[in-house]
Design a protein around this ligand. Structure first.
Ligand SMILES: [Zn+2]
Length: 184
């Protein structure tokens, strides 16, 4: 039900922040840098990859499937439901139907998006007209190609997209993805 998203099958860059200390909790949550998506989301990803390729760009993925256990780690670090789904209600990441990502150029450099991934500030919201034009253009590129591939945006995070009906899929624990969490 969950598919691993990695080259060479998928022409994407992986920058899986929850397998590193470079995330909002300041510590790795995943022991293994594994990106998984629900099989139903894979065609959406493939369309987005193709659209990016046509523009000379690559998708750079920050996170896909996020076990319910990992959602609890994020919630404990930042219990703000605007940015972090309450684990009791469930994140679409924990259903394998959401993806966090940015774009990188052919030179391998990520496009400037105005804030980092997981920057939980109003500047991360869509529809900002007060960011530099280049940043607005980059966000519009990402939003346009993701929409063209059928993904739906989340208004408060420029990096987060999900498939239609994302919330209708069941929440999954770490064991559903073969286990990638840090041992506690
Ligand atoms: Zn997300």
């Amino acid at each position: 039900m969950l598919s691993e998203i990695a080259p060479p099958r998928f022409d994407v860059d992986l920058d899986l922040r929850y397998a590193t200390p470079d995330n909002l909790t300041g510590a790795p949550i995943y022991a293994r840098p594994l990106c998984l998506l629900h099989a139903d989301a894979v065609p959406y990803l493939e369309r987005a990859v193709a659209l990016a390729q046509g523009l000379g760009l690559r998708l750079r993925l920050f996170d896909g499937f996020r076990p319910v256990e990992a959602q609890w780690c994020l919630w404990r670090a930042l219990p703000d439901p605007l940015y972090i789904a309450d684990p009791r209600r469930g994140s679409n990441h924990s259903r394998g139907t959401a993806l966090d990502l940015t774009l990188a150029g052919a030179d391998g450099v990520a496009l400037e998006m105005g804030t980092g991934f997981d920057a939980m500030t109003p500047l991360s919201h869509h529809g900002r007209s007060d960011l530099p034009p280049e940043v607005q253009r980059h966000r519009a590129l990402l939003a346009g190609l993701m929409a063209g591939a059928g993904w739906q945006p989340y208004p408060f995070e420029w990096w987060h997209y999900q498939i239609p009906g994302a919330e209708t899929y069941p929440l999954l624990a770490d064991s559903a993805g073969g286990g990638k969490m840090m041992a506690k």
